[in-house]
Write a protein that binds this ligand. Structure first.
Ligand SMILES: Nc1ncnc2c1ncn2[C@@H]1O[C@H](COP(=O)(O)OP(=O)(O)OP(=O)(O)O)[C@@H](O)[C@H]1O
Ligand SMILES: Nc1nc2c(c(=O)[nH]1)N=C(CO)CN2
Length: 168
């Protein structure tokens, strides 16, 4: 049994439908789904705002690599084109955490190497797991503390919408 934290995002096509496709594919493996947040683009590329959410899921058979492939398969199904780094995309599925595993493998770095810098990941995560912690630089850090140390303007760029993903 593995328990993962997934960050999902979209700013192309029908972003809400793209996010819903992940919840649908997970089915009863969903443990918790955050609200959907409209977020200002992170990373310096000028583009449309994103919709983002964070999910917790568990599965008896999938290992951490299996979760990576699961996400990549859904990205492909959403016709994701790999073009500009940190640019527009129909669907991005990132493995933020997988059972607390720490790995520097470039194909699957755990925890996700940039999750701790991203309010669009941490704010929704905190909503569904208020005592969440993430390993940063080899030590566990409480997500609420990570958020406090992020640039206030980035946090201010995260706006909760009244759209909600409904878990099955
Ligand atoms: N924890 C992880 N979750 C998802 N992909 C990862 C992870 N660690 C490494 N990768 C690798 O990152 C590669 C690039 O992923 P992707 O195209 O989604 O990056 P990106 O969304 O542009 O940027 P970022 O990784 O900063 O979110 C993938 O081929 C994947 O193998
Ligand atoms: N707000 C926001 N910004 C981003 C996002 C995202 O999901 N949300 N994904 C990116 C690609 O990794 C780059 N920038």
């Amino acid at each position: 049994m593995t328990r993962v934290v997934l960050s999902i995002g979209s700013n192309l096509g029908d972003p809400l439908a793209n996010l819903r496709s992940v919840v649908d594919a997970l089915g009863d493996r969903v443990v918790a789904v955050s609200s959907v947040y409209a977020t200002a683009p992170w990373g310096g590329v000028e583009q449309q705002d994103f919709l983002n959410a964070t999910l917790i899921a568990q599965d008896d058979a999938l290992d951490c690599r299996g979760w990576l492939r699961f996400g990549q398969d859904l990205e492909q199904r959403a016709d994701r084109v790999r073009d500009v780094r940190w640019g527009p995309r129909s669907l991005d599925v990132d493995v933020v955490d997988c059972d607390g595993t720490v790995s520097a493998d470039p194909e699957l770095t755990l925890p996700h190497p940039r999750a701790h810098e991203r309010a669009f990941v941490l704010v929704p995560w905190l909503e569904i797991e208020p005592d969440a912690a993430l390993t940063v630089g080899g030590a566990p850090v409480v997500v609420a503390d990570l958020l406090r140390s992020l640039d206030a303007s980035e946090v201010a760029g995260v706006r909760r919408t009244d759209l909600a993903l409904v878990a099955p």
